[in-house]
Design a protein. Structure first.
Length: 181
């Protein structure tokens, strides 16, 4: 674990972070790039580095970016997500966790946990946010189990209707407490 560095991203990290994200869309999820959902990946500088309330973290191994996570000051959009979630998690007070991706050859080293812990620590230290929301596709092996170690399900939208198995979660903000990871 000592040969991995988890830190906030800077301009020099963006190409590596974009590569991790795009490779995840194509090789892990099998969905490819979707402009309606992935604009932040194409322009992470504007999405994360230039926005005062957004952040991007990277995991680096031997000078190569191998993992990412991000926080955006926004709740779930309606549509595609249910209107009641958009009301429960308004943009003004919600931090949403995005892009928690680790290259498969670096799995099982605690990197996702370390990346999420960095994001949770940032949100807890920022008085702007009242809630930390995320959604995951339960088809991804181990994803839902991983997220349940941090938080709880607030809406289970799994069903045969759209091909996705979306589960919405909230991570409690324990300001001043040490979070798992």
């Amino acid at each position: 674990m000592t040969d991995y560095l988890v830190r906030e991203a800077g301009p020099a990290d963006l190409a590596g972070a974009r590569s991790v994200m795009l490779d995840t869309f194509y090789q892990v999820f099998g969905i490819g790039y979707r402009p309606e959902y992935h604009q932040d990946v194409i322009d992470p500088d504007t999405a994360y580095l230039r926005h005062p309330r957004h952040r991007l973290w990277v995991a680096e191994h031997e000078g190569v970016i191998v993992g990412t996570t991000a926080i955006r000051a926004q709740g779930p959009a309606h549509p595609p997500h249910p209107a009641e979630l958009a009301r429960r998690y308004p943009d003004a007070t919600t931090a949403q966790l995005f892009r928690v991706y680790v290259r498969p050859e670096h799995h099982r080293r605690g990197l996702a946990t370390r990346l999420v812990a960095a994001a949770v620590e940032y949100v807890c230290a920022t008085s702007d946010f009242e809630r930390l929301y995320l959604h995951t596709d339960a088809r991804t092996p181990g994803a839902l189990e991983f997220w349940l170690t941090f938080g709880h399900i607030v809406h289970d939208a799994r069903g045969p209707h759209d091909g996705f198995q979306t589960v919405h979660l909230e991570i409690p903000l324990r300001r001043g407490a040490v979070h798992p990871g």
